[in-house]
Design a binder for this molecule. Structure first.
Ligand SMILES: [Zn+2]
Ligand SMILES: [Zn+2]
Length: 250
C-alpha cells in the first residue's frame, strides 16, 4: 500500500486541480483564455506526471536505504516516543524550512540550483495547471526532502500537505479582503504570484513553500497588497520558449 501511495499518490493532484479549476472558472482573479492556456500547459502537465513517477521510483530505491540508516540513528535520541502529532508538526515545519533554504539558494547563491528552478519561473500566467512546471532534477530534490520525513517515523502520506499547497499556490481565484489573515500563516496565490514577477527584485521575495513566517524572519517578505499584481509581467522575460534543458534542470 505504501509503495502504491508513493508511486501514484501525486496523481491525486489531477482531480484536486480539476476541482480548483472549476472554482477558477467560476470566480477568476483574472480573465484568461483557458483553452489557449491549457494547450500551452499540456506538455508540461504530461511531463510533470512522468517526471514525478520516475523521480519517486529513483528516490524510493536509491535513497531509501540511506534514509532507513539515518532513521536508526535518529531513533537512538528517543524522539520516536514523542506523540505522532508532535513529530508531524516538527517534521512539516522542518521540511518547509529546508525548502525555504533551498529556494533561497536557488535564487541568490547558486547558478546550478537556479538552473533546476528556472523552468518553474517560465510560466507566464498564474492558474492551477501552470504550477505543474517543475524540472526533473528539482523534483528529485523535493522527493528526497519529503521522503526525509520518514526519518522521524512520520507516515509518508503527510507529504500530501505539500502537494496540496503546491497546487493552491498558483490558483487564479478572487481572494476577498477577509481572507488576508491566511497570508500570516500560509502561502496564498497572490503571495506566490509576486514571486513569479519577471522583476528580479520581486522574484527573490516571498520564497516560502508552505508557511510564510520564514520570509518574515529572514527578510524576504513583501506584502502582496503593496504591489499591483495585475500589472506585473510574470515569467523570465525575453524568449518565452522552454528548452529541453530547462525541463530537465541543467
Ligand atoms: Zn522561485
Ligand atoms: Zn510557483
Amino acid at each position: 500500500m505504501e509503495q502504491f501511495f508513493l508511486s501514484w499518490g501525486w496523481f491525486l493532484s489531477i482531480p484536486l486541480s480539476l476541482t480548483f479549476l472549476l472554482w477558477e472558472l467560476q470566480f477568476p482573479g483574472k480573465h484568461l483564455n483557458y483553452i489557449a492556456e491549457f494547450s500551452k500547459e499540456f506538455l508540461p502537465i504530461i511531463l510533470r506526471l512522468a517526471f514525478t513517477f520516475i523521480s519517486v521510483q529513483l528516490v524510493m530505491y536509491a535513497a531509501a536505504p540511506i534514509l532507513s540508516s539515518v532513521k536508526e540513528v535518529v531513533g537512538l535520541s528517543g524522539i520516536f516516543s514523542t506523540p505522532i502529532w508532535l513529530r508531524i508538526v516538527i517534521g512539516v515545519v522542518l521540511a518547509d524550512f529546508i525548502y525555504y533554504i533551498l529556494h533561497w539558494q536557488m535564487h541568490y547563491n547558486s547558478k546550478i540550483l537556479w538552473r533546476l528552478h528556472r523552468y518553474h519561473h517560465s510560466l507566464n500566467e498564474m492558474w492551477v495547471f501552470s504550477g505543474y512546471r517543475v524540472s526533473f532534477l528539482s523534483l528529485i530534490i523535493f522527493q528526497i526532502l519529503y521522503s526525509s520525513l520518514t526519518v522521524l517515523d512520520i507516515p509518508r502520506q503527510v507529504s500530501v500537505i505539500f502537494v496540496f499547497s503546491s497546487v493552491t499556490h498558483h490558483l487564479n481565484i478572487k481572494l476577498y479582503s477577509w481572507m488576508k489573515f491566511l497570508d500570516w500563516i500560509v502561502v496564498t496565490p497572490p503571495y506566490h504570484a509576486l514571486h513569479h514577477s519577471n522583476r528580479p527584485e520581486l522574484r527573490g521575495k516571498n520564497l516560502g513553500g508552505l508557511f510564510t513566517f520564514f520570509d518574515r524572519i529572514f527578510g524576504t517578505y513583501i506584502d502582496p497588497d503593496t504591489i499591483c499584481l495585475e500589472k506585473e509581467e510574470l515569467g523570465l522575460g525575453g524568449d518565452k520558449t522552454s528548452t529541453v534543458r530547462m525541463m530537465i534542470g541543467i
